[in-house]
Ligand binder design. Structure first.
Ligand SMILES: [Zn+2]
Length: 89
């Protein structure tokens, strides 16, 4: 009986994890793609108008830079706590 109840939940767990992976990837694409296109359009506009292209700066695409905490720079998920009392001012 125990194994049959686990078997009933397994598809839900697998599809749930798969959904989280798809959602995470879509979140990256939705956030980064407009910024990537904007950078590309600025360079193309400079080429068309004959102006100097802006400095390339750090690479920015779907893989680079890696996900990081915007507060402390930790890569991936950050578990540090912050004193945000200064931000309330
Ligand atoms: Zn952090």
């Amino acid at each position: 009986m125990v194994s049959s109840s686990w078997a009933a939940w397994l598809p839900a767990v697998v599809f749930g994890i798969f959904g989280l992976l798809i959602g995470s990837f879509l979140n990256v694409v939705i956030y980064r793609l407009p910024k990537m296109l904007e950078r590309q359009w600025i360079v193309e506009y400079a080429e068309i108008t004959g102006n100097a292209a802006p400095e390339a700066g750090a690479p920015f695409n779907l893989l680079v830079p890696r996900s990081h905490c915007t507060k402390c720079g930790h890569l991936g998920f950050c578990v540090e706590t912050y004193d945000n009392s200064e931000e309330k001012e």
